[in-house]
Design a protein around this ligand. Structure first.
Ligand SMILES: Cc1cc2nc3c(=O)[nH]c(=O)nc-3n(C[C@H](O)[C@H](O)[C@H](O)COP(=O)(O)O)c2cc1C
Length: 224
C-alpha cells in the first residue's frame, strides 16, 4: 500500500533549520534541481544557503560545449561553497551530475576538503541527502547517489533518502528512492520536469523538518 504521508500535513516547526545546498552543474540540470531544493526548504521556513562548488575543468573543455560556458557565466553570482557553510548548516543536500555512474570530480574535490571538520565531529548527526541528473534513465543515478552516500556514512551524517515517503510525488518523478533525480532526455516533457522539481521541493522541505528535529542531537555536547 503506498505511503501517503504528505508534508503539508506536518506540524514540525522548521525555525531552527539551516540548510546548505551544495552542488555542481555544468549545463544547468542539477542547478535547476538545487534551486527547487532551496525553494522547498525556504518555503518550509528554513534558512537556506545555495552554494556551487568551484569549477575545476580547463577552459578548453568548458569552451568545447557552449552550454557549459553559458551556464558557468550565468551562475557566476552564486557564492562558492565553503567549509563555513557546512559548519553553519544543520542539514545538507548535495547535487551532482552523474559522471560515468559516479559523483563529479568537482563535487568530490569539495567533499575531499572536509577532513578537518570530519575529525572535529562537526559533520556528524546532521541529515544529508543527494540529488543527481543523468542523460539516461539507466545511466547510473543510483550508483552516483550511493557513492555520494559512502562519504556521508563516514561523516556520521543521517542519510535521508527519498524513499516513497509521498508515493505520488516520488512515482511521478520516476520513483528513484535513493534521492531526487532527473533524466535529462525526458526533461523536455513539461509534466515530467514539473514532477521532478516538485519532488526536489518536497525533499527540500522534508530535509528542513528533519534538520529541526535532529538539531538537538547535533548540538549535544560530546561525552566527557
Ligand atoms: C564526462 C561525462 C560523463 C557522463 N556520464 C554519464 C553517465 O554515466 N550516465 C548518463 O546517463 N549520463 C552521463 N552524462 C550526462 C550527464 O550526467 C547529464 O548530461 C546531466 O544531466 C548533466 O547535468 P548538468 O546539466 O547539471 O551538468 C555524462 C556527461 C559527461 C560530460
Amino acid at each position: 500500500m503506498p505511503n501517503r504521508h504528505r508534508r503539508e500535513n506536518s506540524h514540525v516547526s522548521t525555525a531552527e533549520a539551516r540548510i546548505a545546498i551544495v552542488y555542481y552543474s555544468s549545463t544547468g540540470n542539477v542547478h535547476r534541481l538545487a534551486q527547487a531544493f532551496a525553494d522547498g526548504a525556504a518555503d518550509a521556513g528554513a534558512e537556506v544557503r545555495l552554494r556551487r562548488v568551484d569549477e575545476l575543468a580547463p577552459d578548453a573543455a568548458i569552451d568545447s560545449n557552449p552550454d557549459w560556458r553559458a551556464h558557468l557565466d550565468a551562475t557566476a553570482h552564486i557564492k562558492p561553497a565553503s567549509l563555513d557553510d557546512l559548519l553553519w548548516a544543520n542539514g545538507y543536500a548535495f547535487g551532482t551530475p552523474t559522471r560515468y555512474g559516479n559523483v563529479s570530480s568537482q563535487l568530490r574535490q569539495f567533499l575531499d576538503t572536509t577532513g578537518g571538520l570530519w575529525q572535529a565531529g562537526k559533520l556528524a548527526n546532521k541529515p544529508a541527502t543527494g540529488f543527481t541528473s543523468s542523460h539516461f534513465a539507466h545511466g547510473g543515478q543510483e550508483s552516483t547517489l550511493l557513492s555520494l552516500y559512502n562519504t556521508l556514512c563516514h561523516w556520521g551524517a543521517i542519510v535521508l533518502p527519498t524513499g516513497y515517503v509521498d508515493y505520488e510525488v516520488a512515482a511521478a518523478a520516476g520513483g528513484n528512492p535513493y534521492g531526487v533525480s532527473c533524466v535529462e532526455e525526458q526533461a523536455d516533457d513539461d509534466d515530467y520536469l514539473k514532477a521532478v522539481l516538485e519532488a526536489a521541493r518536497h525533499q527540500g522541505g522534508r530535509l528542513a523538518e528533519t534538520a529541526t528535529v535532529l538539531s538537538s542531537l547535533t548540538n549535544r555536547p560530546a561525552a566527557a
